[in-house]
Design a protein around this ligand. Structure first.
Ligand SMILES: O=C(O)c1ccccc1N[C@@H]1O[C@H](COP(=O)(O)O)[C@@H](O)[C@H]1O
Length: 241
């Protein structure tokens, strides 16, 4: 059985590494330099970095210079999210050298464009399914964007390679992942799923690991690492098989 991939998160707002609660603008706790955070996760043994431009996701500007600096400094694979909604932003994101990008709002509002870029770029494109209940949310998680399962069926048919599934109610709360949601998504798609939101302990990571046979490929870890609930080294050991 393959081991669960861990993706430590660096979310960038106004040039700083931050964590939000429920993805709400204004709920930021700042953790300093994004580059220092990313280098720390790399040194600790991460194979992936989940890097988010929160200003681009919220429509409050962007952190392109910081994102390029961080991505350029990484020897590990980078998954890049936030504000990738058209040809120009997609080209800029891919030009950073990231391994793949996550599309959020665009998958809800620009389905034809998303189908086109999935066809062009294959597994360099993942879709972030950010949900409250089973309703997708876009534009910095401020607007409803349709039904999770209808959208998933459409994206599957278009050949989407992978989904990053975030339970917004759990994100940044250290309350544990929504294992039921992950199971439900895995039951309706054969594409790999990256779990996001709520990880608070090594036991949470072990519980997500048990879903690898059902299709969960990875887990994003944010607040728990910054709050020092455990170290990344401990997390990698906990999911090693
Ligand atoms: O990661 C967050 O905490 C977050 C909070 C609020 C909005 C977006 C967030 N992150 C990721 O950004 C992309 C969505 O950006 P866009 O809609 O494509 O511009 C998605 O991967 C979210 O998970």
């Amino acid at each position: 059985m393959p081991k669960l991939e861990l993706l430590p998160a660096v979310d960038v707002r106004d040039g700083q590494a931050v964590r939000l609660v429920h993805g709400e603008s204004g709920s930021e706790t700042s953790y300093g330099s994004p580059l220092e955070a990313a280098l720390a996760w790399q040194s600790a043994g991460a194979e992936w970095l989940h890097l988010v431009d929160l200003d681009a996701a919220f429509g409050t500007g962007d952190n392109r210079d910081v994102i390029s600096e961080v991505t350029g400094a990484m020897d590990i694979k980078v998954e890049l999210s936030g504000g990738i909604r058209d040809d120009a932003s997609l080209e800029a994101a891919l030009a950073t050298g990231c391994r793949r990008v996550n599309l959020g709002t665009a998958a809800l509002e620009s389905p034809e464009w998303v189908a086109k870029v999935i066809a062009e770029h294959g597994d360099k494109i993942a879709v972030g399914l950010d949900v409250r209940g089973t309703t997708l949310r876009g534009r910095g998680w401020t607007r409803d964007g349709g039904d999770l399962y209808e959208t998933l069926a459409r994206l599957d048919a278009e050949g989407c390679a992978r989904y990053v599934v975030t339970d917004i109610a759990k994100d940044g709360t250290l309350q544990g992942p929504n294992l039921g949601l992950l199971r439900d998504v895995c039951a309706v798609t054969d594409r790999p799923v990256v779990a996001s939101g709520g990880v608070s302990s090594l036991d949470d990571l072990r519980a997500i690991s048990l879903l690898v046979p059902e299709g969960v490929e990875g887990a994003i870890v944010g607040k728990a690492l910054y709050a020092k609930a455990f170290t990344l080294e401990e997390a990698l050991k906990a999911v090693a098989v």
